[in-house]
Design a protein around this ligand. Structure first.
Ligand SMILES: *Cc1c(COP(=O)(O)O)cnc(C)c1O
Length: 378
C-alpha cells in the first residue's frame, strides 16, 4: 500500500548519486579511501578516538562481544525492548542474555535498578540501547559497571550526535555501535560503525574486521605493505567505498536533518498535548537528541485496541510501526524469558508515528488530528 504519510523518507538527493558515481569512476569500490575518510569524519563528529567502518551494526555488536572476551557461561544484561540484533550478538559467542526491564512508559530505556537486581557472579557486561536517540541513565549504569567490574556496550543505532550531559552517546561505555541501515538517521543501505577510545580494542577490531590479516588490500595497493600475516580468527565485516561515499554525504547533512527532526518533535508535542489517554516517552528530556523515531504509549489499553488504532490510522494513509515486539517473547528466546512487566505493556501498547526531516508541520497536525478523532471514537 502507498501511504499518504510514510513512516520514514530517505534524506537523499543528487549529492548521494554523484558520490556513488565518483567512487565507481575512481575504480576503487571496496574498503579504501572513502571508508577511511568516513571513519575519521564520524570519529571527529562524535569526539571519539577511533571509528571502524563495518558492514552493519549487527557485526559491530558481534565484534564488541569478541573484543570484550565474552564467552560461553558469561552473562550479559540487555534490554528486551530493542531490535533483536542487540540480543542476538550475545548468543553468537554462546553467552547468556539476561533481560532487564525498562524504567517506565515515559522512559523506555533499561532500568539501572533492574540491572542491579540481575547482576550475578557470572555477569560480564551490560548492553544498553539509547531508545529513539534518548540516553539511558548512564551515570547509574557506569557506576554499576565500576562497582561490579562490568564492561558497557552502547547500542547507539538510534542515536547519532545525541547527547547525555554533554557527551555523545556511544562514547561513554567501552564500545559504541552504530547502524546506517536505510531507515536510520544516517543511511547507506547497509552499514555500521564501531567507536571506541580504547587503543587495543581499536587495533583488534581492525584485525577481526578483515580475516585477522595484518594488512588490507588497499594498504598493499598503496605500497604500504607487500604481504600479510594472519594473526587472529577474523571475519569479513568490512564496509565498501560505495557505501562509505554515501555515508560521507549523509554526514554533511546530518546536523540540519536532526535540527529539522527536533522541530518536528516540537510540533508533535504541541499538537498532541491535549489528547487524553496517551503517554509520550521522554517528554521532559532536554539533551540534544537525534529523534530517530517518535513514539507514544496508550494508557490503560490492550494490544487489541492498539492494533485497531494502528489499522484505523493506516486507513487514513498514515503508516505506523511498533518499536519493538519484546525480544524475550520471541520463540528462540524462550529459554531466557523472564517476566518484564513494563516492557511487555509497552510492546503491546506503543505506536510509532512517522518521523523524518522532510515531514511537514501540516502533516504532523493532520496525524495528530486523525489520532485524536480515532481515540475519541474508540
Ligand atoms: C538497526 C538496529 C540494529 C541492527 O543494525 P544493522 O545495521 O541492521 O545490523 C541493532 N540495534 C538497534 C537498536 C537497531 O535499531
Amino acid at each position: 500500500m502507498d501511504y499518504k504519510i510514510p513512516l520514514f523518507d530517505l534524506n537523499f538527493d543528487e549529492k548521494e548519486e554523484q558520490a556513488v558515481l565518483e567512487t565507481i569512476q575512481s575504480k576503487w569500490i571496496s574498503t579504501g579511501p572513502k571508508s577511511l575518510a568516513f571513519e575519521s569524519k564520524f570519529a571527529e563528529m562524535l569526539h571519539a578516538k577511533h571509528a571502524i567502518s563495518l558492514a552493519n551494526c549487527t557485526v559491530a555488536l558481534h565484534l564488541a562481544m569478541k573484543l570484550l572476551d565474552i564467552n560461553e557461561g558469561d552473562e550479559v544484561i540487555c534490554p528486551s525492548l530493542t531490535f533483536v540484533a542487540t540480543c542476538n550478538a550475545i548468543r553468537y559467542v554462546k553467552a547468556t542474555p539476561v533481560f532487564a526491564d525498562v524504567v517506565s512508559t515515559s522512559d523506555l530505556t533499561i532500568d539501572p535498578k533492574d540491572i542491579e537486581r540481575k547482576i550475578t557472579s557470572k555477569t560480564k557486561a551490560i548492553i544498553v540501547m539509547h531508545f529513539g536517540g534518548f540516553a539511558c541513565n548512564m551515570d547509574e549504569i557506569m557506576a554499576l559497571s565500576r562497582k561490579h567490574n562490568l564492561k558497557v556496550i552502547e547500542d547507539a543505532c538510534h542515536a547519532p550526535l545525541s547527547e547525555y550531559k554533554g557527551k555523545k552517546l556511544g562514547t561513554i561505555g567501552d564500545l559504541g555501535c552504530y547502524s546506517f541501515f536505510s531507515n536510520k538517521n544516517i543511511s547507506t543501505g547497509e552499514g555500521g560503525m564501531l567507536i571506541t577510545n580504547n587503543e587495543s580494542y581499536y587495533e583488534r577490531a581492525k584485525l577481526l574486521r578483515s580475516h585477522g590479516m595484518t594488512s588490507m588490500s588497499y594498504e598493499r595497493a598503496k605500497g604500504h605493505s607487500t604481504t600479510y600475516d594472519v594473526v587472529d580468527n577474523g571475519f569479513n565485516y568490512r564496509m565498501d567505498d560505495i557505501r562509505a561515499s554515501i555515508g560521507l554525504v549523509q554526514l554533511d547533512k546530518i546536523q540540519d536533518d536532526l535540527n529539522k527532526r527536533a522541530e518536528n518533535r516540537k510540533s508533535y508535542l504541541n499538537s498532541l498535548k491535549n489528547i487524553k489517554g496517551i503517554t509520550i516517552p521522554f517528554e521532559k528530556r532536554s539533551d540534544f537528541s537525534s529523534n530517530y523515531i517518535f513514539t507514544f504509549v496508550l494508557d490503560n489499553s490492550t494490544y487489541e485496541k492498539r492494533d485497531k488504532i494502528r489499522e484505523l490510522l493506516s486507513q487514513e494513509g498514515i503508516q505506523t510501526s511498533v518499536h519493538y515486539p519484546a525480544v524475550h517473547r520471541f520463540s528462540i528466546y524462550e529459554d531466557y524469558a523472564t517476566p518484564l512487566e513494563i516492557t511487555e505493556y509497552i510492546a503491546d501498547n506503543l505506536i510509532t508515528l512517522p518521523m523524518y526531516s522532510k515531514l511537514e508541520k501540516s502533516q504532523i497536525e493532520f496525524i495528530a488530528q486523525t489520532l485524536e478523532d480515532i481515540l475519541q471514537a474508540n
